[in-house]
Design a protein around this ligand. Sequence first.
Ligand code: KG4
Ligand code: ZN
Length: 339
Amino acid sequence: MKVLGIETSCDETGIAVYDTHSGQIWQRLYSQIEKHREYGGVVPELASRDHVVKAAPLLREIISEIGTIEDIDAIAYTRGPGLIGALMVGANLARGLAWALDRPVLGVHHMEGHLLAPMLAEPQPECPFVALLVSGGHTLLVDVKAIGDYKILGESLDDAVGEAFDKTARLLGLPYPGGPQLAALADKCSGSRFEFPRPMTNRPGLDFSFSGLKTAALNIIKQHQPLDPDLREQIAYAFQHAVVDTLRIKCKRALDATGYRNLVIAGGVGANRRLREVLETLTAERGARAYFPALEYCTDNGVMIAYAGALRLSSGQCDENIFDVLPRWPLDSLQPIQI
Ligand code: KG4
Ligand code: ZN
């Protein structure tokens, strides 16, 4: 079955086709980052308008590679969570195509797309496992008993990890989205004279709080004006160190609490080199392993939506007459997939 996936939840227009028989993938990805950069963050109205302009031409390119649109057997789109206007662009395109081609269509949960992206690589993680989902909008620790059977173990009470990276990067004068650039600055350094807190690690529980780290960075920056390049690197290093250490402590706790061996990491911050290293070491010490998506599938893309949609559509799920998007949509409200 060839499944078309359409991702438009935020500032990336991702269109992809995943073939469940051959595993073959066709994809196009367009990032709106340049459009939003001058505003220092995503402007929802601009995002929706740009998806309208880009989605159909990207789809046309893929279809001309595949040969004919008739080869598409089913359609998946991101139904939520995300920006309402942006989501509606993808939903409209998906629904219109499904109607015109008379194909099944399914709205996919964006975070399930992220969570399943590591399954596109070999070896595939096997359930049950603990998933750490770290993106610009979410920080979640999830007990994954089976695909679709999710229990939230912990989440951020304020800023998501990616958001904390981006806000701190902005304080350091880096352009939006500064997460990867802050990480690159931090990686230039081998130590720091600064020590940031590890929020909420000195009490039990699996929730997170990252907004205090940005304030800690702000205070140091104010005290050390003008910042020279070495100080910026040291602040970036201390920030990244504290975030990664906090995530490591909570992942270890989640593995202890569930008794599971394996850890799956996904979402944009899953591309972070230091996070990968530290969580690989944590799981190796326990005789287990950490599973990450390929770097290109860490941040938003259409392939993860086509893949998650394909798993659900192959198990017989599809939406009948629903036409809605869900800007807020709890991950643990999904139906397990019957395989
Ligand atoms: O998953 P994603 O593409 O979008 C959301 O669903 O939110 O994640 C984007 C986030 C941004 O905050 C970006 O700064 C962050 O992931 N990010 C990183 C790195 N690469 C992307 N943060 C830290 N280190 C990285 N290497
Ligand atoms: Zn995402």
